[in-house]
Ligand binder design. Structure first.
Ligand code: FES
Ligand code: FES
Length: 162
């Protein structure tokens, strides 16, 4: 196939800003986000949909950007970890991760923060079955989940109380 014929202009919203780029039909969304948009806080671990490191929020739902093509995300609204950062200080998910020492390694953390942010937005209940089910797509290679669970329990319990 002629390479020029394989290019498509994709438009979407990323972190509240409209973006439009010409990409190959084979470009993965994670590569589009990191390489074309230079939003490198989205990490790539396994590259095959297992570890959760590449998670971004698409139309309000956490999704693995390594298993989607950029062209499949055309027209959607994407939030990356950069889009969750406040101008000053920490957002409440970051603050809870800091308080409970759940900020472990830099590899898995961005994806976890994205998923937990969407859990908080959805006002999920603070029970362990719900939390574990929603975090089951995130694999830790090195530390464990105890402090992450503490942080998420606290966030969801705080939500339920307000
Ligand atoms: Fe996407 Fe592991 S890099 S799930
Ligand atoms: Fe990040 Fe284990 S992979 S803390």
């Amino acid at each position: 196939m002629d390479v020029a014929e394989d290019m498509h202009v994709v438009s979407m919203s990323v972190n509240g800003e409209p973006v439009s780029r010409s990409v190959s039909s084979r470009t993965l969304l994670c590569d589009f986000i990191r390489d074309d948009l230079q939003l490198v806080a989205t990490h790539i671990g396994c590259g095959e949909g297992v570890c959760g490191s590449c998670t971004v929020i698409i139309d309000g739902q956490p999704a693995r950007s390594c298993t989607l093509l950029a062209v499949q995300a055309a027209g959607s609204s994407i939030v990356t970890i950069e889009g969750l950062n406040p101008d000053v200080g920490l957002n409440k998910v970051q603050a809870a991760f800091q308080e409970f020492h759940a900020l472990q390694c830099g590899f898995c953390t961005p994806g976890l923060l994205a998923t937990v942010h969407s859990m908080v937005e959805a006002r999920l209940p603070a029970d362990d079955d719900t939390i574990v089910a929603h975090l089951s797509g995130h694999l830790c290679r090195c530390t464990g989940y105890v402090n992450i669970l503490k942080a998420v329990r606290s966030l969801l319990a705080e939500n339920a109380a307000t």
